[in-house]
Design a protein around this ligand. Structure first.
Ligand SMILES: NC(=O)C1=CN([C@@H]2O[C@H](COP(=O)(O)OP(=O)(O)OC[C@H]3O[C@@H](n4cnc5c(N)ncnc54)[C@H](O)[C@@H]3O)[C@@H](O)[C@H]2O)[C@@H](O)CC1
Ligand SMILES: Nc1ncnc2c1ncn2[C@@H]1O[C@H](COP(=O)(O)OP(=O)(O)O)[C@@H](O)[C@H]1O
Length: 294
């Protein structure tokens, strides 16, 4: 299969992120990240740290865990707010340039309500990951809301399932997904009409408009909890900057997918991993690679 697929080669697009001397945080965009239920606050913090270090102008977190909804000494730049049922007013007051929902979101009624709220929030890029995908897999209403959003605003959502999440969305096993990853990717796009990133060895990306590309970078050191969360935060950061730097969601996602895997390879080449490679180290390596590519 791999020989038939074109290779993802998106890093040449990084130069679009180069900042003019008069640019300010407004030009770098506002990202709103939603998740972090009790026991999984770390997933949202990892996504937030990735978003911050990959250059979003503002990184705002809607945190579901009341005990974790506070400022952090290690990353006081993150603007953290306790998620409540005031969903529409938060979205209206925040006016985000991009929303990412899912890291550690959980499957509570409030989580479903937030997901429905962001699916109804109009024409901005939306990144859907982790438990947000599991919620869509379990709810026809949420799936229909996603399909309707994509009919109204094509190209403005991306789903980022790992094989387990892809399997739930498609109603098959993760072994079936892995046995024919390209077919699973195509089915995910047919089902959701979103840009789709099927993670795992040789991550695949495609959209209703774009044929599948295969990421050649990446390594098994990436098999650490939180590695997908930082991809979500990175897509959010690059998309937030892309809004005013002529990059669309497809291009921003493509950059993030390749940069993420390339950073993990770069760390392994320096002896940092594969065993014990952490998502937090990968964030800093992504920042370093990104700035070298400008
Ligand atoms: N620090 C934290 O708080 C973390 C929280 N997390 C959150 O935990 C929740 C549950 O997510 P999880 O993904 O951990 O658990 P899930 O139960 O959703 O998925 C794990 C299963 O997916 C399948 N799978 C995943 N990757 C695969 C691959 N490359 N090849 C084949 N099969 C694969 C396997 O069957 C695996 O057992 C999410 O909301 C997530 O964001 C995780 O991101 C880990 C870190
Ligand atoms: N063997 C591998 N080769 C390449 N990339 C991998 C490998 N294992 C995991 N990854 C990557 O690591 C990330 C794991 O994401 P995910 O499973 O969502 O993690 P989490 O939910 O714990 O944050 C994905 O980007 C995936 O492509």
């Amino acid at each position: 299969m791999s020989s038939q697929l074109a290779t993802l080669a998106a890093l040449k697009l990084v130069k679009f992120l180069k900042r003019g001397t008069a640019e300010h945080k407004g030009s770098a965009g506002k990202a709103l990240l939603i998740g972090g239920a009790p026991g999984m606050a770390g997933a949202l913090l990892l996504a937030g740290n990735a978003c911050l270090h990959l250059g979003a102008g503002w990184t705002m977190l809607e945190m579901f865990d009341p005990a974790s909804a506070h400022a952090y000494q290690d990353s006081p730049e993150l603007m953290i707010h306790l998620a409540s049922s005031e969903i529409d007013s938060v979205l209206l007051n925040t006016q985000p340039d991009v929303i990412a929902i899912g890291p550690g979101l959980g499957k509570s009624d409030l989580a479903s309500a937030w997901l429905m709220g962001v699916l109804h929030y109009p024409n901005i890029p939306l990144i859907i990951d982790a438990d947000a995908l599991n919620l869509i897999a379990a709810s026809r209403d949420l799936l229909e809301a996603l399909q309707k959003r994509n009919q109204q605003f094509p190209g403005q959502s991306v789903i980022t399932p790992h094989p387990g999440e892809a399997a739930k969305l498609l109603g098959i096993s993760s072994e079936d997904v892995q046995a024919n990853r390209l077919s699973a990717l195509e089915k995910l796009i047919a089902l959701t009409q979103s840009i789709a990133v099927l993670k795992g060895q040789h991550t695949l990306i495609a959209s209703p408009k774009n044929a599948a590309l295969q990421c050649q970078e990446g390594n098994p050191g990436m098999g650490t909890g939180g590695m997908g969360d930082i991809l979500t935060g990175s897509i959010a950061a690059i998309t937030a900057q892309g809004v005013r730097h002529q990059l669309d969601l497809w291009e921003s996602t493509s950059i993030a997918v390749q940069l993420h895997a390339a950073a993990a390879d770069s760390l392994v080449s320096k002896g940092i991993g594969p065993i014990g490679l952490t998502p937090s180290e990968t964030i800093l390596e992504m920042r370093s690679l990104l700035n070298k590519l400008l």
